[in-house]
Write a protein that binds this ligand. Structure first.
Ligand SMILES: [Zn+2]
Length: 547
């Protein structure tokens, strides 16, 4: 996802703090359910109306049992008596039998009289209703029209859908939505039915045949103008915008066709049957919902200037949606990837100078963030997943990939990216899995590389000192000034002579202080670190140049 730009770029910490207060999201401790139950398929029947914000649901869920159990639970937010919001379950059935249940906080417990055995697949039907406190945003859009938009990231699906609200448990999904006739309904997968039931209501049925994590399962229900923007390898690309924004919206979102084409060629086949680009009420700048990306409603402006936002969300279809992190703390596998894939699209579409400019901006964000919060990318201390939406997950994650590309070379890098995707599509991975694939394709040991960039906080803060001791010799000292561990990395240098000539050298840094004697051909005027923009570092301290 892309964070609302103004909020994020002006300081993520402030944003997250406010965000918490406004939305009263509390930290959740997810005991991994991946060893108890495994959801196979969801059918979410939902009835929506204009008379109230109450949604009526009937969820049919098929569950495979991984343990012998007489009790298990799903995530579903119980009605809060003070706010009146939340879901009340009326009945749970398994075929003809009523199942005993109880709701406690965010959990819906099932009691089975008929014990579930390992390997059983059983199907339950859950009837419930209520006003969603979150997750399904029922509100008015900027033109005053009533709209309903799912906005589940990170684990807000359980506010309106009974589910296992964790990216490790993926399942196929159908949405069967009954809503007033004047709305159009978009959801994941392919539309398999649209029927006017009577003068008032319409039924729309969407079905996704590949597994998704709940964070990207959504519906969007609004008055829409819909246009076919094009096809990429038989994948239809459509634009869904507010009718009042019809012309500008179609024009703005048409950019998605060329972006999808680029990623398709680079990363291999697109995972879903369609790509719809939807103007919406998401709280984020953009949210990568599988096969139907929801962009914030102000992303439509008629300027066709949202290519980075569009590229970021499209890249997520491969990384994050299809190959997903197994657990939240590895979210850089989503956000770092989407950020760097966007940079690579910029490199392709706008050239090297624009690409470097983008990388330098991203490096600065990492440096700024490290001054506020000195934590590693993989930070298991975080219990509120919204706190993972920071420059470490996005920009530092992107920089890890950029440095990895230099470390293994372009060809190995792309082979590794494709192989990682092929190996983990429709599945889940941890950072170690990605490391293994990169080691296989490059034949290099990458332990230290991944350890220092993912598990150490910060980055090298480099102080350089140099002196020309002879006409053809300089002595260069490189010191790593950061507290904590030192980093190991190749460092490129650009030396400029007094008569304006430049030439480059490379040294290998593997300890705190190192001295290098470099051969030169002329009197040196200056030395620039990392002239080709391949290193995440910060230059610090006084530079002592004695000639
Ligand atoms: Zn993202």
């Amino acid at each position: 996802m892309t964070i609302g730009q103004n909020l994020f770029y002006k300081g993520s910490v402030f944003f997250i703090f406010n965000f918490l207060l406004l939305n009263a999201i509390t930290a959740q401790n997810h005991t991994p359910r991946f060893n108890e139950i495994d959801v196979q398929h969801y059918i979410f029947n939902l009835s929506l109306s204009d008379d109230s914000d109450i949604i009526k649901g009937r969820t049919i869920i098929s569950i495979k049992f991984l343990k012998t159990l007489n009790e298990f639970h799903l995530d579903l937010n119980t009605k809060n008596e003070t706010s009146g919001k939340g879901m009340v379950v009326q009945k749970i059935m398994e075929e003809e039998n009523e199942i005993e249940f109880r709701q406690e906080g965010k959990k819906l417990y099932f009691s089975l009289t008929n014990l579930a055995q390992i390997g059983d697949i059983r199907t339950f039907s859950i009837e419930y209703q209520g006003v969603p406190e979150d997750g399904l945003v029922i509100s008015k859009n900027k033109f005053g029209d009533r709209t309903f938009f799912g906005d589940n990231w990170p684990d807000r699906a359980h506010h309106w859908l009974p589910c296992v609200d964790h990216p490790s448990d993926k399942a196929t999904v159908e949405f069967i939505v009954t809503a007033p006739n004047h709305y159009q309904v978009i959801a994941n997968g392919e539309q398999i039915e649209e029927t006017n039931l009577n003068d008032e209501y319409k039924l729309t049925h969407w079905k996704e045949n590949v597994v998704l994590p709940t964070k990207v399962m959504v519906i969007g229900v609004a008055r829409f103008a819909v246009q076919q923007a094009g096809y990429v390898e038989q994948i239809p690309v459509t634009s869904w915008v507010y009718p009042q924004n019809r012309e500008e919206g179609f024009d703005d979102y048409s950019l998605a066709v060329e972006v999808l084409d680029y990623f398709y060629k680079k990363m291999g086949s697109y995972p879903y049957p369609k790509l719809a680009n939807v103007q919406s009420k998401t709280r984020y700048g953009g949210m990568e919902n599988a096969g139907n990306i929801f962009y914030n409603e102000n992303s439509v402006n008629g300027n066709k200037d949202q290519v980075k936002l569009i590229a970021h969300e499209i890249a997520h279809q491969w990384f994050g949606n299809s190959a997903s992190e197994l657990n939240w703390h590895h979210i850089w596998l989503s956000e770092g990837f989407a950020t760097y894939m966007t940079d690579l699209y910029i490199e392709e579409a706008m050239g090297d100078a624009e690409f470097k400019k983008q990388l330098i901006k991203e490096r600065q964000k990492v440096i700024d963030f490290s001054k506020v919060s000195s934590v590693p990318i993989i930070n298991t201390a975080i219990t509120d997943y919204n706190d993972l939406l920071n420059a470490n997950s996005y920009q530092k994650g992107a920089w890890v990939l950029h440095m990895l590309r230099k470390e293994v070379g372009d060809k190995n890098f792309w082979n590794g990216i494709r192989k990682y995707y092929e190996s983990y599509k429709f599945s889940n991975a941890l950072s170690e899995d990605f490391q293994k694939i990169m080691e296989q394709v490059s034949g290099k040991k990458l332990d230290l590389f991944f350890k220092q960039w993912l598990y150490f906080p910060g980055h090298p803060k480099i102080k350089k000192e140099w002196k020309q001791i002879k006409k053809n010799k300089i002595v260069l000292t490189i010191k790593q000034m950061q507290s904590g561990q030192h980093f190991t990395f190749p460092l490129e240098l650009e030396l400029t002579s007094k008569n304006g000539e430049t030439f480059q050298k490379k040294v290998k840094i593997n300890t705190t202080t190192q001295e290098f004697t470099l051969k030169v051909k002329a009197e040196i005027e200056s030395i620039k670190l990392d002239p080709n923009c391949w290193l995440l570092f910060e230059e610090t301290g006084l530079t002592i140049e004695t000639n």
